[in-house]
Design a protein around this ligand. Structure first.
Ligand SMILES: Cc1ncc(COP(=O)(O)O)c(C=O)c1O
Length: 407
């Protein structure tokens, strides 16, 4: 079937985080309690990583059928659920996963927190590569573990890993883990096999466990290819824990269902023990139904949604080139999150936030939440109808008129 991603769907009143909260005084508050946003222009939210698109029709149909079954007791991932994951990884990514390696959790973020708790002792260190998805910082701080920063290098509008820095941090005796974001949120890099191999070799040499967050691995632009870390060889597979989910791919985040894939039996048992210790058993009934339907029948939708998002990316690129010369689009290779270098506006981070949120009334993710390397940047989510993206960009254009310099 042909999907219509131009359709604007009212998400208010659905407990949507994206449309229901605003940042205020360093935290998120319900939109209804922020009076300054209730009058005048509606706030356009292009922040958190979910899409303003309907899920694939086969997913909706499967959910309706399951709801009509009417019994919602305890559950666990059954054989057909596991097989759907195995088939997806084989078909889409050439990764031969064994069904036993799959540990289902209600989200990648809780899994990351539990992984650090399991494999890193207080006082040890976890390497992260900012600017990076902000829960990577909390994964360390929540567990009294130090985050060792190996910032990405930005050269000629492209981010790369600093392998010398990585080696220096990995060889410290108290470094236990590296959390890899692959593809990388927010800078949009799809790491090449060579880059991943170099990283993997450094980690193997210094006995550093690689947690690979591959949640964005299905969202790749033409001309790029995603490489699952564990496909690079058996030694790498045995030294990694891979976080996957259909939630970004098919816009199912609210169904809280993800899969942590752990080829190494001993690591898997240790992780399962942690989950048992906190009584975390099973995942959401409807999440499992949605996953199975999406991984089995969702490819047609995924092809179309990526086409649409690639169109939005072209639209954004053209608009910025023509009307926002102070801003540079960091070209993404994957994900629907785009990293905007706004340093040419010459504003400090508070002024930049005020301009976007207060004046333009466009709610983006402020770059600084991804680490101080993100100061002066904004992350925009382009998985929305083009009309909303266009309105947001038009407002940013109006708010930035006469601000900053041409880059
Ligand atoms: C890199 C990365 N990991 C994890 C998540 C969230 O995962 P979950 O909703 O399964 O906790 C996101 C969401 O934006 C993400 O970008």
């Amino acid at each position: 079937m042909i999907y219509n991603f131009d359709q604007e769907i009212d998400r208010r009143g659905t407990n949507s985080a994206k449309w229901g909260v605003v940042p205020q005084g360093g935290r998120y508050v319900p939109l209804e309690s922020a009076p300054q946003f209730l009058e005048g222009k509606r706030l356009l939210p292009l922040w958190v990583a979910d899409m303003d698109f309907l899920a694939p029709q086969p997913v909706i149909d499967a959910l309706i059928q399951r709801v009509q079954h009417g019994i919602f007791g305890y559950n666990g991932p059954g054989l057909s659920y596991r097989q759907a994951v195995v088939d997806w990884m084989a078909r889409r990514h050439g990764w031969a996963v064994d069904a036993d390696w799959i540990v289902a959790t209600p989200g990648v973020v809780p899994a990351l927190y539990m992984l650090v708790r399991t494999f890193v002792a207080p006082g040890q260190r976890v390497i992260i590569q900012p600017p990076v998805y902000h829960p990577f910082f909390s994964a360390a701080s929540n567990n009294e573990v130090e985050a060792a920063h190996n910032p990405l290098l930005l050269a000629g509008g492209r981010y790369e890993m600093d392998f010398a820095g990585l080696d220096t941090l990995a060889r410290q005796p108290d470094t236990a883990m590296l959390i890899l974001c692959s593809p990388h949120n927010p800078v949009g890099r799809v790491w090449t096999p060579e880059e991943l191999r170099r990283l993997g070799e450094i980690c193997l040499e210094h006995d550093v466990l690689v947690v690979a967050d591959e949640i964005h691995g299905d969202l790749i632009y033409p001309g790029h290819r995603f490489t699952p870390f564990a496909t690079l060889g058996e030694a790498f597979a045995q030294n990694t824990i891979v976080c996957t989910a259909p939630s970004k791919t098919f816009n199912l985040a609210g169904l809280a269902t993800s899969n942590i894939i752990i080829p190494n039996r001993e690591l898997r048992l240790r992780f399962e023990r942690t989950l048992n210790n906190i009584g975390l058993h099973g995942v959401n009934t409807l999440g499992m139904v949605a996953l199975e339907a999406a991984y089995t029948h969702g490819e047609e939708w995924l092809t179309q949604v990526m086409d649409y998002i690639a169109g939005n990316l072209r639209f954004l690129r053209d608009f910025v080139a023509e009307h926002l010369p102070q801003i540079q689009v960091i070209e993404p290779e994957g994900t629907y999150l785009v990293w905007l270098d706004c340093r040419g506006l010459g504003l400090d981070k508070a002024e930049l936030e005020r301009l976007m949120l207060g004046e333009a009334r466009v709610f983006l993710n402020e770059g600084y939440i991804f680490g101080r390397e993100g100061d002066g940047f904004e992350r925009i989510n382009i998985a929305c109808p083009r009309s909303i993206l266009g309105e947001a960009l038009q407002r940013i254009k109006e708010a930035t008129q006469g601000v900053g310099h041409v880059r």
